[in-house]
Write a protein that binds this ligand. Structure first.
Ligand code: ZN
Length: 287
C-alpha cells in the first residue's frame, strides 16, 4: 500500500485499484520512459505476469508518481507470489516467516507523531498488516525502497504541481525499523533474540542496506519530501521522554550563534542516512 499526497490535495490511500484514468494514451510512453530512465523499475514490470496490474496505476496527470506507485504495488504482489522480497538490480531474499511471531510493530506507534498518516496507516492497531506483523513492515520497507528508487530516476519527468513526497514513505519506514529494533533491544528480549537469527539478520540487513543506498541517492534532489524530516533526525524515533528533553534543550537560550560546523556529517546529509545507520549496524550482539 502506498500513501499518496497530491500537492494541495487531501491524502489518498492507494490500496485499491484507482478509478479509470481520464486519459490512458500516456501509458505506453510511460513504460518507455521507465525503461529508459529507471531500468530497475522496468524490471519490476517485466517480472510481473499480470501486466495490467502494473499499468493500471499509471495516470497521465503525474507519470512519475504513477510509475513509482506501480512499482511499489507490484513489488508487494511479487513478494507475495514468490514468498521473497525482490531486490533492486535483480535477485531476491526469501521471506522469513518466523518474524511474524516477534512483537507487533503497533507497539512502537507511541514513539512517533500520532498525527502522521504514515503512523496511522502502518502502525495504528487494526490498520495495515504491518501494524501486527513485522514481516509486512519489511515488505513496506522494500516496496518504498523500490518506489523511491524509481521516483529518483524518473525525476526528469517531474512537473511542477506533481507529487512532492516521494521520500516520505521510505523515511517513515526506516524510522519505524529503527524504532522497532531499538525497542526490541531495550524491552523485548524474545524479539531481540529472534532478530539475531542469521537468516533473519540477513534479510533485515539486506533490505536496510538497499534502503540506505536509495535514500542517499535522493539527497541531492530538492523538494522530494515533505514529512521526511519528521522521521529523519536525531529525535525522530527516540522515546518520548528523550524527545521532550531535546525539545527543552532546543528552547533553552543558546550561548553561541555559530553556524553549523560544515564538517558535521549530519549537516551535509540532509537525508540523515548516518543517523539511521547505527542501530542496525552495531556489531554483535546488535544487528
Ligand atoms: Zn505498500
Amino acid at each position: 500500500m502506498r500513501i499518496i499526497f497530491l500537492a494541495a490535495a487531501a491524502a489518498v490511500l492507494v490500496c485499491q485499484p484507482v478509478s479509470a484514468a481520464p486519459r490512458t494514451e500516456c501509458k505506453s510512453q510511460a513504460l518507455k520512459d521507465l525503461n529508459r530512465l529507471s531500468p530497475q523499475g522496468h524490471d519490476v514490470y517485466v517480472a510481473v505476469t499480470d501486466k495490467k496490474f502494473f499499468t493500471r496505476w499509471i495516470t497521465c496527470d503525474d507519470t512519475q508518481l504513477g510509475l513509482a506507485t506501480a512499482v511499489h504495488e507490484t513489488v508487494h504482489l511479487l513478494t507475495e507470489e514468490k514468498d521473497a522480497f525482490p531486490l533492486i538490480g535483480g535477485g531476491s531474499v526469501k521471506r522469513v516467516h518466523d518474524v511474524s511471531r516477534l512483537y507487533p510493530p503497533r507497539e512502537i506507534a507511541a514513539r512517533f507523531n500520532s498525527g502522521s498518516t504514515y503512523v496511522q496507516t502502518y502502525l495504528r492497531p487494526g490498520a495495515a498488516s504491518s501494524s501486527s506483523d513485522f514481516m509486512y513492515l519489511l515488505d513496506e520497507l522494500n516496496a518504498y525502497t523500490h518506489d523511491l528508487n524509481s521516483a529518483v530516476k524518473l525525476q526528469p519527468l517531474h512537473k511542477g504541481g506533481g507529487q512532492v513526497d516521494h521520500r516520505d514513505g521510505l523515511a517513515a519506514l526506516m524510522a519505524f525499523m529503527t524504532g522497532y529494533v531499538d525497542t526490541a533491544k531495550r524491552q523485548k528480549p524474545a524479539t531481540w533474540q529472534g532478530l539475531q537469527r542469521p537468516e533473519t539478520k540477513h534479510v533485515i540487513q539486506t533490505l536496510w542496506n538497499q534502503a540506505e543506498t536509495v535514500l542517499a541517492s535522493s539527497c541531492g534532489i530538492p523538494g522530494i519530501g515533505q514529512e521526511d524530516r519528521k522521521f529523519i533526525g536525531p529525535s525522530a524515533s527516540a522515546p518520548a521522554s528523550t524527545r521532550d528533553q531535546r525539545r527543552r534543550r532546543a528552547r533553552a537560550p543558546r550561548a553561541s550563534t555559530r553556524p553549523p560546523n560544515p564538517r558535521n556529517r549530519q549537516s551535509r546529509m540532509p537525508c540523515g542516512t548516518v543517523l539511521f545507520s547505527r542501530p542496525l549496524r552495531e556489531p554483535a550482539p546488535g544487528l
